[in-house]
Design a protein around this ligand. Structure first.
Ligand code: HMG
Ligand code: MG
Length: 299
């Protein structure tokens, strides 16, 4: 059967806002994070300590962190690519970080100015220092189902990269469909392959983008394989500025609607979520990409 309870890992303030052409004022970002926490989300990824020239949308990471309760009951992780990013995150008081690797050579070059092999040397000191400081470390692996430059990505290559990221000491691996090309059968096969390689399903999270409208079907397929952590973005915001054709993430509200229908617990208040996303959509000046937000907002 399906799991009785899942954890929704909210990425809207980071994955969502990193891709907006408008720069959102820092006080609006802080209010967005607070609204998401108040809606009952158990974890909210807040921002990234990446190079400000690479992602100007999140150049205010330190300022935002100073406005947030980084030691509260709800973890507010931040992306960290390298030791300089870790220094900045530690200085800001972060307790939870996420490294982000690539399953393909081209995306490692484009997103990290690194490559398939040298990325591990960049992450290794980040993870060991972070663990020594008592931080929790998550790892992402991107381009797990397809890559805009390389096309299909072999399952064994994804498993190899993912295992190496976990072996650095990350507690959880988030499997990214960065450009939203995954389909349900492929999702099942990839999760099975991690299982055959000895990775416990409890250490995996799924990170779906909805470019081809498959994110919810893919989440359902992953639920059937025993996955209990799903990344999602308030209102379906999101994308990656370094991945051509990446659009928004699986919308948190769409996921919540499906989970409610299945009787799976998640702890999120759907009305408060819709309100937070509708409020953010007004700030961004366009309707939310989430079908559920559009159906429920301003009823
Ligand atoms: P680089 O230019 O190779 O960096 O960028 P470098 O190490 O050569 O350093 C050059 C200069 O940058 C130095 O300054 C460093 O101090 C500085 P200088 O000495 O010349 O004055 N620098 C930094 N400054 C601030 N913060 C830092 C930092 N690092 C170096 N962290 C780097 C390499 C990794 C930094 C760059 O490529 C980068 O920032 N990439 C991040 C791109 C990004 O954020 N992409 C989006 C997130 S990933 C994603 O969305 C996918 C995901 O959602 C999952 C999925 O969907 O699949 C997670
Ligand atoms: Mg993403």
């Amino acid at each position: 059967g399906l799991p009785a309870r899942v954890t929704i890992y909210e990425v809207g303030p980071r994955d969502g806002l990193q891709n907006e052409s408008a720069i959102v004022p820092v006080e609006v970002k802080a209010e967005f994070v607070r609204r998401l926490v108040d809606a009952g989300l158990p974890i909210v990824e807040a921002t990234s300590f990446v190079h400000p020239k690479w992602v100007p949308q999140l150049a205010d990471a330190a300022d935002l962190a100073a406005r947030l309760d980084l030691e509260g009951a709800v973890p507010l992780p931040v992306l960290v690519p390298n030791e300089r990013g870790l220094d900045r995150a530690l200085e800001a008081g972060s307790k939870h970080i996420a490294i982000f690797g690539s399953a393909t050579q081209t995306f490692a070059e484009r997103n990290l100015n690194s490559d398939l092999e040298t990325q591990f040397a960049m992450f290794e000191p980040v993870v060991s220092r972070a663990l020594a400081e008592g931080l929790d470390v998550r790892a992402y692996v991107s381009m797990c189902f397809g890559d805009p430059w390389e096309g299909a990505v072999p399952i064994d290559q994804v498993v190899r990269v993912g295992k190496r990221l976990l072996d650095l000491g990350a507690s959880q691996l988030s499997i990214g469909d960065t450009i939203g090309v995954a389909t349900a059968g492929h999702v099942g096969a990839l999760i099975d392959a991690f299982g055959s390689a000895g990775v416990d399903v409890d250490r995996l999270a799924m990170h779906f983008h909805d470019t081809y409208g498959q994110a919810l079907a893919n989440a359902y397929a992953a639920l059937g394989k025993g996955i209990t952590t799903f990344d999602a973005s308030a209102g379906g915001l999101g994308g990656c500025p370094y991945a051509k054709s990446a659009t928004g993430n699986l919308a948190t509200e769409d996921l919540v609607w499906m989970l409610d229908g299945l009787g799976i617990e998640h702890g999120v208040d759907l009305d408060a979520m819709v309100e937070a996303s509708a409020w953010m959509a007004k700030h961004l000046g366009r309707p939310s990409p989430s079908a559920v937000v559009r159906a429920l907002a301003d009823r």
